[in-house]
Design a binder for this molecule. Structure first.
Ligand SMILES: Nc1ncnc2c1ncn2[C@@H]1O[C@H](COP(=O)(O)OP(=O)(O)OP(=O)(O)O)[C@@H](O)[C@H]1O
Length: 337
């Protein structure tokens, strides 16, 4: 098999929001790449900066309220240098987006066909008939049973799962190389969730797209992703293949997330609860391991002062050397959780 080529390189990207006149980093010095033919999951609790990373790549921040540094190299173009017009050449065409809430992403007053055609109006010179055919093909590709009928319908006539399929159809209409899916299944029930993830996987295979899948749900990650980046408090704390992350998790945060995940085959009466909360932007520590306050039984000298990423195996990176001595209280005897 040919090695997968990387086409998105996020280099040292930080995004800060202006709060009461001062800038605070929501994501700090992110380095990450995405390859064709892969699903890269970004996981972490709410407030870790996952969506900020997605909206930074997509150029969706108001420059008067946000300070962004670094480089987002997409097939040779630094997206962060583009103005709104420049970005519009990429969004919808080479980069597709799928958000959590399909209802608010669709126009309630327009038929599904018109909403899918719109993106082609902008990025292709298809005739009306070509667009119509493509709409039917796309609806079929995302698993809609009766594309003719759905094309004529309005969003309120569709179920949540159907609407999310339509959003995916819009996102893939121009065969983008990159699809960013931010919590695409959170609003859906479990059965529909599985179907939508199947659709995403099929599209990734068919279109050779690279997909960034943002989720807080490790079950979704295990089911869907090829590679995983774990984010905590605006930083990537661990990155690796789905097998490396699930079978040999290293960072205390990754291990804590996995321990707090309900298991299908076990009684989940006393699931692990991660102490404390993700710090707010104003309270974000700038030195030391940002996760340290939530594992207070570890002593300061077990953490690096300025934690950096360490490659523990090919493609498996972990921030801070504290992973070497980290144990949960019940693994070391004595101290209580
Ligand atoms: N426009 C903004 N102005 C100020 N702070 C913001 C803004 N957008 C996000 N934040 C803050 O940045 C941090 C990261 O938020 P973000 O939404 O990226 O996290 P997330 O991991 O995607 O969480 P969720 O899963 O809840 O969406 C949070 O502390 C959030 O409150």
């Amino acid at each position: 098999m040919e090695p997968k080529s990387q086409f998105l390189n996020i280099k040292d990207v930080s995004t800060a929001f202006k709060i009461n006149g001062k800038y605070y980093d929501a994501i700090s010095h992110i380095n990450l790449s995405v390859h064709h033919d892969e699903i890269l999951a970004i996981v972490g609790e709410s407030g870790c900066g996952k969506s900020t990373l997605a909206t930074t790549i997509m150029g969706l921040h108001d420059p008067s309220e946000t300070k962004i540094t670094g480089e987002v190299d997409f097939e040779g173009t630094d997206l962060l240098k583009l103005d709104e017009n420049g970005y519009n050449q990429f969004r919808g065409a080479k980069i597709g987006m799928i958000f959590q809430d399909p209802l608010s992403a669709l126009n309630p007053l327009k038929r599904i066909e018109d909403q899918i055609s719109e993106v082609m109006d902008y990025h292709t010179d298809f005739s009306t008939e070509q667009k119509h055919q493509r709409v039917l093909e796309l609806l079929d590709q995302v698993g809609i049973i009766n594309p003719q009928r759905t094309a004529r319908q309005f969003p309120h006539e569709l179920s949540g799962g159907m609407r999310q399929r339509v959003i995916i159809a819009i996102a893939i209409a121009c065969k983008p190389d990159l699809i960013i899916a931010d919590e695409p299944t959170t609003a859906l029930d479990v059965t529909i969730q599985a179907q939508i993830l199947d659709v995403l996987r099929a599209i990734q295979k068919e279109n050779h797209a690279g997909i960034i899948l943002i989720t807080h749900d490790l079950g979704v990650v295990a089911e869907t992703a090829d590679r995983v980046a774990v984010m905590y408090a605006g930083q990537i704390v661990e990155e690796g293949s789905v097998e490396q992350i699930f079978n040999q998790p290293k960072h205390p945060y990754t291990r804590s997330l996995l321990r707090s995940m309900p298991q299908l085959d076990k009684e989940n009466d006393d699931l692990y609860v991660i102490r404390g909360n993700v710090p707010s932007l104003q309270k974000m520590p700038h030195t030391g391991d940002r996760f340290a306050p939530r594992i207070p039984w570890m002593s300061d000298d077990e953490h690096e002062t300025e934690p950096t990423m360490h490659e523990v195996e090919t493609g498996h990176l972990v921030r801070c050397t504290c992973y070497k001595s980290f144990k949960f209280p019940d693994e070391q005897g004595g101290a209580s959780a």
